[in-house]
Structure formats: structure tokens, C-alpha cells
Design a protein around this ligand. Structure first.
Ligand code: GLA
Length: 386
């Protein structure tokens, strides 16, 4: 499906590079529950949404690389023979994919690429995974590399880990590449088995409230949290060498070794093992249609992220806590890596106007900001549109 965004990108590509191209839509993602469980090989419940990046891509006969970020109006030039990170930062998402394809000994050619979109940047919808996954998907098509979507998601994760330097899990590219219209994905991040969970209730809305806090800490703090999870796992493995990840540990097990953990490491691990169980139970709530229980689990996730994993911030706390008290709101919590970005809210459709009005007041009175609220629909994953 093409639209204004696709046309803008196509136009920019023709103007700059003057030739034919493939155009791909690559969506951002939300995550209903299961935060910071992916890199502990646990469970998540994300979905692709109707905010996307469009990429226009043409292969070249030589080994040059020319990229253009339409929304920043910035251009990058480089070569396949010299893949190193750029001061502009955004080219790294594309270079990282090329670097990973090179590591797989794929036969590459130079590329021209223009991209832009309406995934809000730095807002926790994972515009980075949309860009990485979308670029990998497009090259896979144009060069007939024969990779399936799960392999493309793994490749995107490796690009982010090794080239961009954020030790993220697989959730974001997986959701972007494998999303489906009106479906959530219940994903087991250990073996990557997944099922689609229908989410097609017209009486419900997924609403994001943007804290408008820049997520500059995300990379370093994300990696630190991840290292603390590994530290906790190593500690447990001294007694229980059979544990392969925190996903294998129960809350009771973590508690039984509490005194051996540095307090921070204990807080991180206690959060992760509780969250993992919460996802499993919340999925059962959803299957039963028990939205009150599902929403309560979302609220509990926020609490855990704020005080156990410690990745929230005052603005996110204010937005989540205020929303939790409003009529017609099942649950509200911060979403994604943390330190800024959005809260995700599960809201009755009929309550949406009053939700927006009341949250508008919270923004103005308590944050001193104008509200930025997105109502999302669940859409299909990455696809070629031209
Ligand atoms: C970021 C990462 C994901 C995941 C979330 C937190 O979005 O990219 O892999 O860890 O944070 O759940």
C-alpha cells in the first residue's frame, strides 16, 4: 500500500539519484507487555503499527553507497569497502546491515537509498529497527539473498549489537518484520517460536503518550542493565549450572539467593523473572478476554520498570500513574527501553475523547508541555510497496 509517505520518499530518491528503485514500508512497533525480557531470552507481546519508515533503494553497478535521510535532510556517501561508523550516526543503521551481510559472505553491490517516515524518532517505537529491518528486507529482495524474515530479524539485531553498539534483544526487528494486521505476536525469544494473538476489538484503542524526553541515556544504561542481568545469572549458575538465562529462574529462586546479590543486581533480576511470569499470565488473561487483569499486569510492569529495573523517569511516571486512574483505562505503563519515549495505554474506544482531554491537562499542568498522543492500529510487517 503506498501513501503520502511513500510518494515523498520516491520523489526524493528520483530527484537525487534519478533512476528506478524499489520501495519498502517498514513499520514501528509497540509492545503490550514483556519489557527487557527479550535479551533474557524470555517472552514478549509486541505488534507492528501503522507508523512506518519508507525506503527507496536502487542497486548500483559499483561499490559506492549514497544514503539520504529525508526528514533530517542529511546525506551520506561511503563505500562498501570501508564500512565504519559515521559521525552522523543514522547511517550506522544501514552500514551495520551491510557489515552483517558482508560477514555472511553475501555478494553485495553499491546502493543508493533515500528514506523517511512517520515513525516518531526517539519515542520508543523503534524507528531504528524499522530502518535496519527495512533495509535488510530490501537488499534481500533486490539481491535475491534468500533470507527468511526471522533471519532478517536476527541479522538486524546483530547489526544493532555489533555496529551501532546497543546490546538490544530481538523483539523490535522481529515485530517490525513479522507483524500482521490486527495481531499481536507472542514471541519466545529463546527459540523464536511465536503465535499470532488476534487483537481485533473495535472497542479498544492502543494509545501512546509521548513524554517528549530525549532518550540519550538509552544506549549506555541499556547495556549496563543487560550486563547486570548477566552478572545475576552468573551468580545463580554457581548453584544452578543448568540455568541458561534468567528466563529459567523463578522469583522464588532469585529470592532464595537474595543476600548473595549486590542490591542493584538483585532488583534487576527480580524484575526480569517477575516480568517474564507476568507475560505468560497476561497472555492467558487476554485469551480469556479479561482486560481488567491484563491491564493490571501492565500497571505492575510499570511499577517494576520504575523501581526494580529503574529505567523510568519522572515524566513517564506522571503519565502512567495519571492514566491508570482514569475511567476507561485498563492499563498504562512506560514502553520500550526507557529513560524517555512513550507510555502505552489500553483504553476503551468510547473513553478516548475524555482520555485525551484529561491527559492533555496532565501534560500542561504537571509537565508544562503540550500533549503528544498517538492512537495506533496494528498493521502488517515490512512489505514491498513498489
Ligand atoms: C529496546 C530494545 C529491545 C527491548 C526493549 C525493552 O526497544 O531494542 O530489544 O529490550 O528495549 O523491552
Amino acid at each position: 500500500m503506498s501513501g503520502p509517505c511513500s510518494e515523498r520518499v520516491t520523489h526524493a530518491f528520483r530527484e537525487r539519484y534519478g533512476r528506478e528503485m524499489a520501495v519498502v514500508r517498514s513499520p514501528g512497533r509497540v509492545n503490550l507487555i514483556g519489557e527487557h525480557t527479550d535479551h533474557n531470552l524470555g517472552f514478549v507481546l509486541p505488534a507492528a503499527v501503522d507508523r512506518s519508515i519508507h525506503l527507496a533503494v536502487g542497486l548500483r553497478e559499483d561499490r559506492r553507497l549514497r544514503f539520504y535521510a529525508l526528514d533530517k535532510d542529511e546525506a551520506f556517501e561511503g563505500s562498501l569497502d570501508d564500512l565504519r561508523s559515521s559521525d552522523l550516526h543514522w547511517p550506522d543503521y544501514l552500514l551495520g546491515i551491510l557489515s552483517e551481510l558482508t560477514a555472511l559472505r553475501m555478494d553485495l553491490r553499491g546502493v543508493d537509498c533515500a528514506f523517511g517516515g512517520d515513525v516518531p524518532i526517539g519515542c520508543g517505537l523503534s524507528s531504528s529497527a524499522a530502518l535496519e529491518g527495512g533495509f535488510a528486507f530490501t537488499l534481500n529482495e533486490l539481491l535475491a539473498l534468500g533470507l527468511d524474515r526471522v533471519s532478517l530479524a536476527r541479522l538486524s539485531q546483530r547489526a544493532e549489537n555489533r555496529f551501532v553498539g546497543v546490546n538490544c534483544g530481538i523483539m523490535d526487528p522481529f515485530a517490525s518484520l513479522l507483524g500482521r494486521e490486527r495481531m499481536l505476536i507472542r514471541l519466545d525469544c529463546r527459540d523464536l517460536s511465536y503465535v499470532y494473538v488476534p487483537f481485533d476489538r473495535d472497542d479498544l484503542r492502543i494509545v501512546l503518550c509521548d513524554s517528549q524526553v530525549s532518550r540519550s541515556l538509552t544506549g549506555s544504561e541499556y547495556n549496563l542493565r543487560r550486563a547486570q542481568c548477566v552478572e545475576g545469572l552468573e551468580l545463580l549458575r554457581r548453584h544452578h549450572p543448568e540455568l541458561q538465562s534468567l528466563r529459567d529462574a523463578s522469583p522464588a529462586l532469585v529470592e532464595s539467593h537474595r543476600t548473595e546479590f549486590p542490591p542493584e543486581v538483585h532488583r534487576r533480576c527480580a524484575y526480569v523473572v517477575a516480568e517474564n511470569q507476568r507475560v505468560i499470565e497476561a497472555c492467558m488473561d487476554l485469551d480469556r478476554g479479561d482486560l481488567a487483569a491484563f491491564g493490571a499486569a501492565m500497571n505492575a510492569t510499570h511499577e517494576g520498570l520504575a523501581h526494580g529495573y529503574e529505567v523510568s523517569c519522572p515524566e513517564l511516571d506522571i503519565l502512567a500513574e495519571a492514566a491508570q486512574d482514569l475511567p476507561g483505562v485498563f492499563g498504562s505503563r512506560m514502553m520500550g527501553a526507557g529513560f524517555g519515549g512513550c507510555t502505552i495505554n489500553l483504553v476503551e474506544a468510547d473513553a478516548l475523547p475524555s482520555f485525551e482531554a484529561q491527559m492533555g491537562q496532565v501534560y500542561r499542568q504537571r509537565l508544562g508541555k503540550e500533549p503528544v498522543i498517538h492512537v495506533c492500529r496494528l498493521r502488517g510487517g515490512t512489505e514491498r510497496v513498489a
